[in-house]
Design a protein around this ligand. Structure first.
Ligand SMILES: [Zn+2]
Length: 72
């Protein structure tokens, strides 16, 4: 979970709200990623990016698993 958090932070953590100039706060609670933003509008924009980020991370993880399997 920590790896995913880092990946998502790297992907979207540097975005700033165009209206308020605030950066999102991303954390993990249980097995879910939590994102705190200054407003709903920014949250909506980031949610899409975050989903993409999670998707990419999952894909990469799967690739790594397959690569490891191939080596055995
Ligand atoms: Zn905002």
């Amino acid at each position: 979970m920590g790896d995913l958090l880092n990946a998502v932070k790297k992907d979207i953590g540097h975005f700033k709200c165009p209206t308020h100039g605030e950066m999102p706060k991303i954390s993990v609670s249980g097995d879910k990623l939590n994102m705190t933003t200054c407003c709903d509008e920014f949250s909506k924009t980031l949610q899409i990016k975050m989903n993409k980020s999670v998707e990419n991370f999952t894909k990469k993880s799967m690739d790594n698993i397959f690569k490891k399997m191939g080596k055995r």
